[in-house]
Design a protein around this ligand. Sequence first.
Ligand SMILES: Cc1ncc(COP(=O)(O)O)c(C=O)c1O
Length: 454
Amino acid sequence: MSTPTKYLLQESQMPKFWYNIQADLPKPMPAVLHPGTMQPISPDDLAPLFPMSIIEQEVSTEREIEIPEAVREVFRLWRPSPLFRAHRLEQALGTPAKIFYKYEGVSPAGSHKPNSAIPQAFYNAQAGVRRLTTETGAGQWGSSLAMAGQIFGLDVTVYQVRVSYDQKPYRRALMETYGARCVASPSAETEYGRRVLAEHPDHPGSLGIAISEAVEIAAQREDTKYALGSVLNHVLLHQTIIGLEAMEQMQMADAWPDVVLACTGGGSNFAGLAFPFIGHGLRGGTAPRIVAVEPSACPSLTRGKYAYDFGDTAHLTPLTKMHTLGSTFTPPGFHAGGLRYHGMAPLVSHVRELGLMEAVAYNQVDCFAAGVAFARAEGIVPAPEANHAVKGAIEEALRCKREGKAETILFNLSGHGHFDMTAYQRYFAGDLKDESYDERELAQALSGLPSVPA
Ligand SMILES: Cc1ncc(COP(=O)(O)O)c(C=O)c1O
């Protein structure tokens, strides 16, 4: 019998607990600081924005946190997600490496984002919240929260980064199909949005600005809370279901990865796949190499500074220590909208500082070339964000070929690109350029980092 192509778990084998890497880290994370006092925040400081059950997850150091049955019931619509062996890509590359990918594009919204949208909507509904506000880049998170809001009876307003709002009109239609309202950011609906538009009427937007708008509205209304699609500890926690399933599936395949890769925007799909493997290593198990792949045009992990910074542009959020390009940095309008964030998750940044992972950056055109090669071999068209992980995996496979090594590579295919075909059209027409950021703007944004007493 030939080697299987996909490894499927039964619904009954879906993990019942999320994995919290904080329980296994050799050093705790730096404190989160209040922007006014510069002192560590208390859970109460976060209460205007999040329900207490989510705040408890944000600060928890318990290794395992139970996934509520009501959340698992919704997850059964698409989880457990498949693990594939990329036989055809291996052949196309002529590599002795074994390539596996975990495919998160099988969710109704087309990516890993519902893994956190569903629990966030559930906990908010449980706390009596009526409305959620959020930001979105490419629209994957916005459509995931729109779906989750519909399932748990919450109104959802999504502030979508202007450049992606214009590039991806069908994502907005999807959010509206799920019953949400989608507004281009910067918008005239918030004080901060109006301030940005007054200075730059054609501002392309950024995730930092969209977060400021969503937070401003949530902080003003008693019945409204805010939901974030990446970066925060609880979001990374929710995504660990990816890696926990993948560990089971690798065992089914009688294999174990030598290297694990994922793309990084705010860090959630990366942490989701990688943290359970890192934790396995920290507890004495076999530790794979862990590689984050980011865009050259927004390289927080490879070019950013590890420093305290704000999560948003209007400076409404607490200060966290993270790899950052500066909260006023506006990345160029490249097509992987979900990777256009100035900072990296504080937990991923901390793991990097502890030397438990590596990071590489690739440019947009090379990532699309990798995505097209993948689609031609495996059939699935990756989201532009996921193309970064594909590029990273192909580079590893080619290294194995050069070195004559039959290593096992595992990467996360975080979403499909069915709503991103305009970007592929532009790639085929030769119109897609490698966007690069302005070095002066980066220097300026970094010089504006807040000063925090040692
Ligand atoms: C398909 C896909 N992959 C990856 C990302 C990046 O986000 P994160 O780093 O939080 O996984 C996004 C964000 O929108 C996305 O849509």
